[in-house]
Design a protein around this ligand. Structure first.
Ligand code: 7RM
Length: 633
């Protein structure tokens, strides 16, 4: 939606409050439907039940591919920049991408895939990853992408939870100086996954892999088969608006990640609408989202959002600091990127290298910037603004979650007057509220509270896969008739929203959501660990670091060895992304008489702020606090 002024934003916002269904029907009208809906919205937040565009028929890939072929078929849909800057980049036009998606959709069918099947995707950031998602969507299979930084155990948990029958992977993946043996990790996972009947393996790193007869097939061989069969066209499956499009697992305050479910119609509308609105995308612009497709940001703003709007999406395989800390700027310069959408953790990391890596890099193509994943501190905001945006690129600090499908609270570039550190205002159609502990709505400005949303939007999660009650409990039970985000939030005197961080036991480490309970479970699996408590602490680059207090009476006499073993255990059980930054051995944890760990105290100690630990009178053994304070790292 193109919005030309802040006044117009206010008008549209007001209309979206007064006539939400009319508003969303108008947005949905800009997409292509095989059949339009009978009812725009049917909802209650008590079950919860949310159905958008009921009765409508569509296929999201017709919106992302087919509908663009006549007008912009030769426009680049995906520009892919490899990890190694000396390797050639690749360009896939809309026509070429369409062909590749159809071919791979037929590969899936040849390998037994059917509408409604769950397909796990564990791949590096290559165009075939986007092709795999779209091919699943083409035939109505439900993809469940698992980020490459998760371990075999995490993959197995996710495959089992959704009973996936097919896995799509690669021999390996390049990330900076490393290559990651993806297929080996999958092999380890599949020992526990009898539901998986086929594994389709793309060649990327030429790492030797074990291919199991009858189960494992090469992507390239399967493509050749459909080509020699002349079986390259693939009619899109007709989907109901409320059919599942994908599952994406995300961490919460319990030990087990939840499979967030998004549906075909609502998610499509929301990903496309937010991409177009927040960034005010213009037809010739090149959009570079630096996220991995393994996260929701990559789903919505590398694949579905940009492609549904006929945009050019730049996909980057590598990391910001390899071969050196100028790599992002090389990519921007080389491909004349106009819109750069990245994360505070990347900005802070690059900022720490100073200005040297920026020398000789032409960033003048940039006109708009975006940030996502965690609160952006003012220092990083100003560096991004001045050094990258040359003081004339608006920054969209986009607040949203896996469960939301797309941006919720964000400046609209060129429209919303900016305040550093503020996600600013809700997009039209979004109704945020702040609530106090008692669940009362807090009105007016200059107030803080827990952030809830009181009316549905098309991208809201529909359920958590296989466990609807858990969805209700997690998001809709804390405050009646509201979706609870888990975030704390300030609304300042001017009505600007500033997200202050999680109010539950969820950490945000380099923009990755990690549940403290998950990390504790993993640590507790280590042989010598009796008990542990994990909290976050402020980390200059990562935003938050993982601080573990561990009770391990029989640890090795060389404590560092046990530390390394525990880190290895977490890496095995969850993945390298959840590794503790600090491990402090303690003789006991501060607990209340009822046995609850007082995390508030541990958080303070981890932050290095032990001056005022608050009320410790309810502790079973106040002495343990002194010991922990003394041993803080
Ligand atoms: C998109 C994404 C969601 C959590 C969310 C917040 C935090 C995300 C911002 C932010 C402050 C932002 N999905 N968060 N964006 N906090 N300002 N602009 O990150 O599901 O992985 O994480 O991330 O705490 O609840 S996510």
């Amino acid at each position: 939606m193109k919005i030309t002024s802040f006044e117009e934003y206010h008008q549209i916002y007001k209309h979206s409050l007064d006539q939400p269904e009319e508003f969303w029907a108008g947005v949905a009208d800009t997409f292509q439907w095989r059949k339009k809906w009978d009812k725009v919205l049917d909802w209650n937040f008590t079950e919860p039940k949310v159905r958008w565009f009921d009765g409508a028929k569509l296929n999201i890939t017709e919106n992302c591919l087919d509908r663009h072929l006549d007008a912009i078929g030769d426009k680049p849909a995906i520009i892919w920049e490899p990890n190694d800057p000396t390797e050639d980049h690749r360009v896939l036009t809309y026509k070429q991408l369409h062909v590749k998606v159809c071919e791979f959709a037929n590969v899936l069918k040849n390998n037994g895939a059917q509408k409604g099947d769950r397909i796990c995707i564990y791949m590096p950031m290559v165009p075939e990853l986007a092709i795999a998602l779209l091919a699943c969507a083409r035939i109505g299979a439900i993809h469940s992408v698992v980020f490459g930084g998760f371990s075999a155990q995490s993959i197995a948990d996710r495959i089992q939870d959704a009973s996936c029958n097919i896995v799509i992977t690669a021999d390996g993946g390049f990330r900076g100086a490393k290559d990651i043996p993806l297929k080996n990790v999958i092999d380890d996972a599949l020992v526990q996954c009898p539901s998986v009947k086929k594994v389709i393996v793309l060649t990327r790193t030429h790492t030797p892999v074990s291919m199991i007869k009858g189960r494992d097939v090469w992507w390239e061989d399967e493509i050749k088969k459909v080509e020699t069969q002349g079986n390259t066209a693939c009619e899109a499956e007709e989907m109901d608006a409320e059919d599942m499009l994908f599952i994406l697992y995300t961490s919460g305050s319990t030990g087990k990640p939840k499979g967030v479910v998004h549906t075909c119609g609502g998610y499509m509308v929301y990903a496309g609408y937010t991409f177009d609105t927040t960034f005010q995308y213009q037809p010739e612009e090149i959009f570079f989202c630096t996220a991995d497709i393994g996260w929701i940001t990559g789903h919505s703003y590398i694949v579905y959002g940009p492609l549904s709007q006929g945009a050019t999406s730049l996909m980057f395989e590598g990391i910001p600091t390899w071969p050196d800390a100028g790599r992002f700027w090389d990519v921007v310069d080389k491909h004349k990127v106009n819109i750069l959408y990245t994360a505070p953790t990347a900005i802070r990391s690059l900022m720490s290298f100073g200005e040297e890596p920026l020398k000789g890099k032409d960033l003048s193509s940039l006109t708009k910037l975006g940030s996502v994943g965690e609160p952006i501190n003012e220092e990083a905001w100003h560096w991004f603004d001045e050094k990258i945006g040359h003081g004339n690129c608006p920054i969209a600090d986009t607040w949203w979650q896996t469960e939301n499908g797309g941006h919720m609270i964000t400046p609209i570039v060129g429209v919303t007057p900016l305040k550093p550190g503020y996600a600013s205002f809700p997009l039209p159609g979004i109704q945020p509220v702040l609530v106090d502990e008692k669940g009362e709505e807090i009105h007016g400005n200059g107030v803080s509270g827990n952030l809830c949303i009181k009316y549905p939007w098309p991208g809201i999660l529909r359920t958590t896969y296989g466990d609807h009650e858990r969805c209700r409990q997690t998001y809709f039970a804390t405050y009646p008739n509201m979706y609870f985000t888990g975030d704390g939030c300030l609304r300042d005197e001017d009505g600007y929203y500033r997200i202050t961080g999680r109010v539950d036991d969820v950490l945000n480490v380099s923009g990755h959501r990690i549940g403290t309970a998950e990390v504790e479970n993993a640590i507790n699996m280590h042989a010598t660990v009796v008990e542990s408590a994990v909290v976050g602490y402020p980390h200059d680059i990562k935003g938050q670091g993982v601080y573990a207090f561990v009770v391990s009476p029989d640890k090795h006499e060389n404590e560092d060895l046990t530390r390394k073993d525990i880190i290895m255990t977490v890496s095995r059980i969850i993945g390298p992304i959840a590794k503790p930054d600090k491990i402090q051995f303690v003789s006991g944890l501060p607990k209340t008489r009822s046995g609850k760990i007082m995390r508030r105290i541990l958080r303070k100690i981890a932050e290095g702020d032990t001056s005022n630990l608050g009320d410790t009178s309810t502790l079973l053994d106040p002495g343990v606090v002194e010991e922990i304070k003394g041993g803080a790292l």
